[in-house]
Design a protein around this ligand. Sequence first.
Ligand SMILES: Nc1ncnc2c1ncn2[C@@H]1O[C@H](COP(=O)(O)OP(=O)(O)O)[C@@H](O)[C@H]1O
Ligand SMILES: [Mg+2]
Length: 258
Amino acid sequence: MKVLELCNVSFNYGNDKNKFVLNGINLSVDAGEHIAVTGETGSGKSTLLKVICGISIITAGKIKVVESDVNCIAISAVFQNPDNCFVSAFVLEDILFGLKNIGYNRAKGIDYAIELLKEFGLYEYKDCEINSLSGGQKQKLALLNALALNPKILILDEATSMLDNESARELFDVILKHQQNRNFALINITKKYDEIINAEKVLVLQRGQIVDFNKPEALISKNRYLKNLAPFSEKLAQKLINLDCDLPAFLSIKEVVK
Ligand SMILES: Nc1ncnc2c1ncn2[C@@H]1O[C@H](COP(=O)(O)OP(=O)(O)O)[C@@H](O)[C@H]1O
Ligand SMILES: [Mg+2]
């Protein structure tokens, strides 16, 4: 079942009518699909999120989004700056605000919020002011809030960028576990190589246009941007493959050395 469709979508910010920040975007996303969106800074990734959420109104084209249901919203998003993701001053209250909007009463909401806080490693901060959290903790809370709303489409905009690599990986695994259980579509805007290769498909944006959209293993040795993003072990593996060595895709540095 399709949950999102963009047909020939274009957008400009109005300051320069001739400069399209998004230009002729076509995209179709199925329920449960996992798509990574990547590309250089300024390529239009965050703008794509804003037009899908309806925060920015498109200049041309059409966007169709699945409808929300009982206890389930259509789209939930985590914005690049986590400070734009909160409505309350305190951690638990902020989660309860979201849950109230999808029909939880306070007692049921508190039980569910505490379960999620433990899962995201934020339980000890439940009564803290959001302002007192670190950037990484704010990103965890923003993600928790977005997942708690039980979306059909979850869009993340560089949502683990303030976390160290290990914490980012752990958090991403929590998201993937929820995705498997609930089958929501995941659109992950990211520049992290290990998140990109985890997706079913990778969309590469360049100056507001889709320049590649394919499985990660089909793009990783072809797309210039992804080639540069690859860690040393992957670059070495690709060189060995070019020399006719029989290596599978996506090896760790230890496996390449072996
Ligand atoms: N509010 C805005 N007003 C005018 N131009 C903007 C605004 N936000 C972003 N842009 C411009 O749109 C382009 C795409 O930005 P953005 O979508 O943030 O890219 P990315 O997320 O890939 O870094 C950039 O050239 C940026 O300068
Ligand atoms: Mg951005």
